[in-house]
Design a protein around this ligand. Structure first.
Ligand code: PEP
Ligand code: CO
Length: 451
């Protein structure tokens, strides 16, 4: 397979892990045909622009912030939720840019993050066994036979929700909401009174002073688009390959293939098998790509990912997203960083401090402790520094809502609070305050002065 010709469907010759057991393959085929006839969600030129920006990250000149839901929801879907999520990501980016002193490439886990891999294909509750929840593109999280039966029509709904989300994100980022003169307003709408809020307020004052200074010395701030709009890209795990194939289109400018469901696609920890269908699909599309890398990955496996997904060794093509767990990140990451560095592969190394730190609280809620999230980020920076590799980015699960899903933080969420606002349909997310706190810590680790 290694050397045979790639087509958008060549993955079908190989074993594909984590695919739902669709009850009616004919129905699935009809839906995939329908999706193939719908317009692309993103354009090849945009994916190329992101690849270029990520090239700057690979070269140590910028930082990647990739963030959003573990799984987007068909039901918890509203303009306010999208706005609040975007706002917390923009606030984190402002902190990292201003306090960390680096340009930040902003990528959402948004507008398409609807397919989930699961550790077990089934779930048993009180003696009843049903298919696991696999994301709203497949089934529903409620525990009934009807809800858990995979339904291909959901793929069409996922496509339309992605389009509507992307439309609003484009409007917010280009239409005034992301204007730097609003850094203050974002905070007032948020929690100006909290510790993170006050820290952020101070930083917003600094930005205002800098803008006033620029105007005073004659810089035309009105016409400088960087001050008024933001580039924001979309990403999701490329899990449901039939859906991805249906949205894979040939770019009329370059004649190359692009996955047009999002700007960046990543392969998950459970499907990054070097000889599997997911890598076969991804190697042929020209989008920037990501691969999760967990604690069992060997240097040879990681070099295999680099060779397979980025044989031309182009900076920006491949982001390796380490999700090791706080207790072992330094020990397991260092040999991988060294191997990739010594082989001369120009990757972005990003830290996902969420997926290696998940556990079940006594109340039964799946959670993560904020201290462990911070500890993994700090360990990631230590490992990168020790190997002289640029710590290129953060990949986190968050929401703009004041949820109580992850424990700890500066206004701590305690065990007993988990039940108060536990709203995720999959993994526990940082709330807005925990997210902002994380951005301040990361900005200090990048080398900015503490705020
Ligand atoms: C995820 O990012 O939600 C996820 C499932 O991650 P991983 O593949 O690293 O377990
Ligand atoms: Co997750």
């Amino acid at each position: 397979m290694e050397h045979s010709e790639w087509t958008p469907a060549s993955w079908r010759q190989l074993p594909a892990g984590q695919q739902p057991d669709w009850p009616d393959p004919h129905h699935l085929e009809q839906v995939q045909k329908q999706v193939a006839s719908l317009p692309p969600l993103v354009f090849a030129g945009e994916a190329r622009a992101l690849r270029q920006r990520l090239g700057e990250v690979a070269e140590g000149r910028a930082f990647l912030l990739q963030a959003g839901d573990c799984a987007e929801s068909f039901t918890e879907f509203s303009a306010d939720r999208i706005r609040d999520k975007l706002r917390v990501i923009l606030q984190m980016a402002v902190v990292l840019t201003y306090a960390g002193g680096v340009p930040v490439v902003k990528v959402g886990r948004i507008a398409g993050q609807f397919g989930k891999p699961r550790s077990s294909p089934t779930e048993t509750v009180d003696g009843v066994t049903l298919p696991s929840f696999r994301g709203h593109n497949v089934n529903d999280q409620h525990f009934s036979s009807q809800a858990r039966t995979p339904d291909p029509d959901r793929l069409v709904q996922g496509y339309h929700q992605s389009a509507a989300t992307l439309n609003l994100v484009r409007a917010f980022t280009k239409g005034g909401f992301a204007d730097l003169s609003r850094v203050h307003a974002w905070n007032q709408e948020f929690v100006g009174s909290s510790l993170e809020g006050r820290r952020y307020e101070e930083l917003a004052h600094g930005i205002e002073r800098a803008l006033r200074f620029m105007r005073a010395i004659g810089i035309e701030t009105e016409s400088e688009s960087h001050l008024h709009t933001v580039d924001f890209w979309t990403s999701h795990e490329a899990l449901l390959l039939g859906y991805e194939e249906a949205l894979t289109r040939r770019d009329s400018l370059t004649d190359e293939w692009y996955a047009c469901s999002a700007h960046q696609l990543w392969v998950g920890e459970r499907t990054r098998n070097l000889h599997g269908a997911h890598l076969e699909f991804l190697r042929g599309v020209q989008n920037p790509l990501g691969s999760k890398v967990g604690p069992t990955a060997t240097p040879d496996e990681v070099l295999g990912l680099c060779e397979r997904l980025n044989p031309e060794r182009e900076p920006g093509r491949l982001t390796l997203i380490a999700r090791m767990g706080a207790s072992k990140v330094v020990e397991v990451l260092r040999p991988l960083l060294a191997a990739v560095r010594d082989a001369g592969h120009p990757v972005v190394w990003a830290c996902d401090p969420m997926h290696g730190n998940t556990y079940t609280a006594p109340s039964g809620h799946k959670t993560r402790h904020f201290d462990q999230v911070l500890a993994e980020v700090a360990g990631f920076f230590d490992a990168c520094r020790a190997e002289e590799v640029w710590p290129g980015g953060l990949h986190v699960e968050l929401t703009g809502d004041p949820v109580t899903e992850c424990l700890g933080g500066s206004d701590p969420v305690a065990d007993a609070d988990l039940q108060v606002r536990y709203e995720t349909i999959c993994d526990p997310r940082l709330n807005a305050r925990q997210s902002l706190d994380l951005a301040f810590l990361a900005s200090e680790l990048i080398g900015g002065r503490p705020y």
